[in-house]
Each structure stands twice: as C-alpha cells, then as structure tokens.
Design a protein around this ligand. Sequence first.
Ligand code: IPM
Ligand code: MN
Length: 378
Amino acid sequence: MNTHRLAVIPGDGVGPEVTASALTVLDAVEERYGFTTERTEVLLGADRYLDTGELLTEQDVTTLSGHDAILFGAIGSPRVTPGVLERGIILALRGAMRQSVNLRPVRLYPGVPTPIAGLTPERCDLVVVRENTEGAYVGTGSTVHRGTPAAVAVQESINTWYAVERAVDFAFRLAEERRRKVTLCHKTNVLVEAGALWLEAMEVVGRRHPDVETDYVHVDAMCMHLPVSPERFDVVVTDNLFGDIVTDLGAVVQGGLGVAASGNLNLEGSAPSMFEPIHGSAPDIAGRGWANPAGAVLSMALCLSTLGEGAAAAAVERATASVLADLPGLAGEAMGASTDEVAQRIVGCLDTMDETVLSAPSLMEQLAVVRAGMRDRA
Ligand code: IPM
Ligand code: MN
C-alpha cells in the first residue's frame, strides 16, 4: 500500500478549521482508495511569531523537506504588521521549496452561484499557471531619502529565462492533456523587456508543441474577458503579480474565494509541493464554523493528484461539487451548515455520488500525467 508523508500547516484564523475539514475528507478517501498518509503538523503563523519571533526557520525547512507534500491552511493576523507573515512564511516557503508554478483552476461547478449572469459551467473551465518565484515578488529594490519629500522607491521585477521558460513549458504540457490552448497573459505593450522574454518563451516552447494553439491577451483585457467569456481560455500562463490579481477575479467568477483551490508545484520533485486554498485567514469569522472548506478540500485533492492518486482526487472533486450544488449559500451563515458539516457531507457523497456531476474531464486526472512528464524532464 502506498504511504504518502504529508506535512500539515494549519496556520491562522480559519486555517485550522478548513484544514481539519480537508483531513476529514482525506481520512475517508484513504479507506476507499487504498493508500495511507503519515501526517506531521507544523505550527507556523501568528501565535508562534508573537511568542518566539520565529517565521520560517532553517529547522522548519528541513522538517518540511522530508515530506512528499504540504497542506497549508491560511496565514495572516491583525495582531501582526501586514506583510510580515505573508512574506516571511508563505513567500519564503514557495521560494525555499522551489515551487516554481502556482496552479489555480477556475472552474464553475454546476449549481454553484456565480455573480456573472448567464454564465454556465460548460463555459468556465480554465487553469491559470502563475509563475511563482519571481517577477515583482522577488523583493529586490531600495528606497532613498525615505520619509522626506524627495523619497524614491525602486521595486524591481525580475524575469529569468529559466523560470519563465519553465512555467510556459508546464502550461503547454498541461494544455496537451486538456483543450490544447495556451494563452499568455501579460502587458507586453508597456512592460516591453519582460514582455519580450515571455513572448519568446511562448514561441520557443510552442514550437515543441505544434498541436497546441497559442493566444495572447493583455492583463487589463483579461479582466474584461475572464468574467464575460471564460470559454476563451484553457490554460493561461502569466507572471507572478498578474497571476495573483487575475486569480482573485477568477475565484469570484467560480463562486467566491471559499471554493478556489491552488497548488504551489515543485516541478522537479526536489522538494515538496504545497497546496492551499486561495482565501486568507479571515480572522473576522474564525472559530464560528462559517468558512467554506471547499477551497481547502479541493486543494487537498490537487495534492492527491500530484501524488499519483488521481482517481481519489477526482472523486473528491466530484463529491465536493455535488455538495456545493446543494448549499443555499457559499459562506458564512448563508452556507446553512458549519465548516465541519460541509466536510461530513462531502464524505457522505463519496459513496453515493453521481459520476456524471461533472461533464468535462477533471483536472485532477490531467495533473498526474503532466507531473510524470515533468519528472522525466528534470
Ligand atoms: C496569494 C496571496 C499571497 C500572494 C500573499 C498572501 C503573499 O495573495 O496566495 O494569492 O500574493 O501570492
Ligand atoms: Mn492573492
């Protein structure tokens, strides 16, 4: 029987609640799909930082590195200066674990309310591949004359061929398993230097995949097309900052931050990938059972798919979609059930679910194939 070593970082706010729900569902699929996990809880976040001053230590990195994957809840607290935990833990982890792409599916499940009038699930099934290690997120730059009227702040965006080509290559491999279309989202009309590098990567990698159609969209136009014509997109590849922004928009289109999942993928297999719901720690609703666990559960499913448990992952996706379809609302009191009850319903659906709840193929099965191909390249 396969055993996967999982590190679990519940984090702050609603993080522990939604992570507990994801683990409840994981327990249930392990029994049904014949694999096991060994789990190590790693406490990172506001409490530890306020107690000890520690963010992500070398010891944490060593501990986490000894696992096959990481499940992450959420980090952030009003008790800590904004940015300290986010940069010191989330971004530090993505860098330390060389998680070079952030994969963010934007899929509208049947019956899930979307604010976009008339949008149907068949028209909304795309995946954003966000470069995850550089761009404006590298944290380089400087300020001179700080605090004076002459202050100058320089914040650089770094784009290396190495990282850009790798993200674009992954996007094409994923598209091969899907509807065979890759769209570059950038701002090449203004960011001409970075833009040229991304365009060249599209060109070079595209030649290796002649059967994949390529397209380009400026990021501002993307914000218009994504809500009104998501069917235009299959795999969208973009830089770190644009990817951050457009995936919040994507999350709203698919029903809200509570249902959106993501995976930070280490494509070489040199360190664990990390899976986290897109939502933050939501301290205002923490402890009330109001958080929707779907984002965390679907992130756990993405995790399973990259560990080679594609069938289990697809079952979790279908069960989650069935439960979401029947909820009166997607978060808070409107959800009509607590975080834990939603998880229990997902477990209940694993046995009774309608296999046809999703008409299009599941990303969960596509990922296992892509991952195998990536390891071959490494
Ligand atoms: C996300 C978040 C993070 C990001 C923050 C918390 C650093 O917004 O995962 O999208 O900007 O990447
Ligand atoms: Mn974000």
